[in-house]
Ligand binder design. Structure first.
Ligand code: ZN
Length: 159
């Protein structure tokens, strides 16, 4: 099956799930208590995100919030990321990021079922420019959890 590369199937990329999260982002708020923070920037698209994370003594992401401006994909990715990692351990969040990253860079694979609703982003794999939009929040989370104070730029991270 051949695809029209230069004419993206917008309906496939912006599935209802993604549209919903871009219009009504979850956890877009400032946390009263945050012990991990990170900022990310995707210069190619202009997406910006600031993350606030509260990690409890047991290494579990107790709460997470974000602020930012960006395209529909980046906002939806940030919204769905916060929902996906809340209540997870740092290790579980890291593994989820790895699976999500494989999904948006390589499309549907054996991991797709384990991603649940996040699998809605599989269409992003067909649009390399959008991969950075979809992974910005995740890269920023990773940096925040690892305690890097430096701002994350998609131009300085490995895709
Ligand atoms: Zn973007």
């Amino acid at each position: 099956m051949t695809r029209m590369i230069d004419e993206p199937d917008v309906r496939e990329l912006y599935q209802e799930f993604i549209l919903d999260h871009s219009k009504s982002p979850r956890n877009r708020r400032i946390l009263p208590v945050a012990n991990r923070t990170g900022e990310g920037h995707n210069p190619l698209c202009g997406d910006r995100i600031a993350l606030m994370v509260e990690v409890d003594g047991g290494g579990v992401i107790k709460d997470i919030g974000f602020q930012g401006q960006g395209c529909a994909i980046s906002t939806a990715a940030a919204s769905t990321m916060t929902e996906a990692v809340k209540g997870k351990t740092l290790e579980e969040a890291r593994e989820l990021f790895e699976r999500f990253h494989r999904l948006v860079t390589g499309g549907a694979g054996p991991d797709i079922d384990s991603l649940g609703k996040l699998s809605a982003f599989r269409g992003v794999a067909e649009f390399p420019m959008r991969v950075k939009c979809a992974t910005l929040a995740w890269h920023t989370l990773q940096a925040a959890l690892e305690g890097e104070s430096e701002q994350v730029s998609t131009e300085r991270v490995h895709e």
